[in-house]
Ligand binder design. Structure first.
Ligand SMILES: *Cc1c(COP(=O)(O)O)cnc(C)c1O
Length: 377
């Protein structure tokens, strides 16, 4: 009997997977179509910075390269844009942060990247750098975030210099970013930002690009000719009080792992580093192979849900680097090798993020390199 048990355990072990991010490409493509239905008049720029919000830069971009709704890709930095070209991506690529060094200018020209120009020094760098092709420039203006972009007193000068330059493709575009689009309570400040953008835009003949995810969904006046959906492409809500499915979106990433051990606990047994959880009754503890070394947050309090065999079981004790604990309950029949879903399908990452005081953007972005990827197509 015991020998047989050992064989069964072994068989399970061979099919057991440690932490895996399952990437659901049909969900991604469906979300794009849904986003286009919000903004039928706009061209979508798919934001794939930060490894496509942890979903895999190349996986996501290749899945959207032929998608008729996706007009271009946007990244933060030049190396991300180069990675796209090296993977054979031909669609236009926008550099949201512009460039940092004058040496980058010839590369941007050669590759035909669209670059945000947020600082006068970037214009000077272009003016003094020899290039073979003119650069596609979008003047970035500060409309209220106070992060990047021409301030009100710089707009005209920067615009004029870009328009006079033979090294810039004409007409130039205009780009900006909303700072409170995801908080409808701050309606006045948001409307002020949109109104200012649209006022400056009157003098521009080139492309206009304002809305991010929350801008697309919540603010009709921000639905410019080009829009930049990020988080909603991945089926995740930008709002604190809604999930992706609430918005008609489907989560693209499901992060899962396996139970790798179970043990009986007596009431009063203390669990994990720092003994941060004490069994309130006799129970069965599950050890899941996922920790902060995979991107599951160390700050997660006791009681966060993990989805195992169709039920939500609470985390117990501090999350470790490679493992976390769950209280499976005294009646558990869960087995070693059973799947444990940490977020995604059936367990919104928005809820998990809220429990540890962050936003879902951060959780999906910080998936660690050792996590397996499984692409569903
Ligand atoms: C990241 C980013 C976006 C996408 O924002 P979401 O909220 O994910 O839609 C759009 N524009 C800029 C400038 C960004 O940095």
């Amino acid at each position: 009997m015991e020998a047989q048990d050992a064989i069964v355990r072994c068989a399970r072990a061979t099919s057991m997977k440690s932490v895996t991010a399952v990437i659901n490409l049909p969900a991604l493509v469906g979300n794009i179509a849904k986003i286009q239905s919000y903004v039928p008049q706009s061209k979508l720029i798919a934001v794939v910075k930060a490894n496509a919000y942890g979903h895999g830069l190349i996986t996501v971009s290749q899945a959207l390269e032929q998608d008729p709704h996706v007009h271009a890709f946007a990244v933060a930095r030049l190396p991300e844009a180069m990675e796209l070209r090296e993977a054979g991506i031909k669609k236009p690529v926008v550099l949201l942060e512009g460039f940092l060094n004058a040496e980058d200018v010839p590369v941007i020209a050669e590759q035909g990247f669209f670059t945000a120009i947020h600082d006068i020094e970037q214009i000077e760098a272009i003016e003094r750098t020899p290039i073979n092709k003119p650069i596609h420039a979008w003047l970035k203006i500060d409309i209220g975030m106070h992060r990047l972009g021409a301030s009100r007193d710089q707009v005209q000068e920067m615009k004029a210099r870009l328009e006079q330059s033979s090294k810039i493709v004409q007409p130039i575009g205009l780009i900006s970013h909303l700072s409170v689009a995801d908080t409808p309570e701050q309606e006045d400040y948001n409307r002020e930002q949109i109104a200012y953008f649209n006022e400056v835009a009157k003098d521009f003949k080139g492309d206009l690009c304002l809305a991010n995810s929350a801008g697309i969904i919540s603010w009709e006046d921000a639905r410019t000719q080009f829009v930049r959906p990020g988080i909603i492409m991945y089926g995740i809500s930008p709002y604190a009080d809604k999930t992706g499915p609430d918005l008609g979106l489907q989560p693209v990433m499901t992060l899962k792992s396996s139970l790798i051990a179970t043990r009986k606990l007596k009431k009063g047994d203390r669990v994990g580093y720092g003994a941060a959880w004490t069994a309130p009754y006799d129970t069965i503890l599950g050890i899941v192979a996922a920790g902060y070394g995979d991107g599951y947050p160390r700050t997660m309090p006791n009681g966060a849900p993990v989805l195992i065999n169709g039920r939500y079981v609470p985390t117990a004790g501090h999350v470790c680097m490679d493992m976390l604990f769950v209280d499976l309950g005294p009646d558990s029949t869960d087995k070693i090798g059973d799947e444990a879903i940490l977020w995604g399908e059936g367990l919104p990452v928005e809820k998990i993020a809220a429990l540890c005081g962050t936003i879902p953007y951060e959780l999906v972005c910080r998936i660690m390199p050792r996590v397996n990827t499984e692409v569903q197509d």
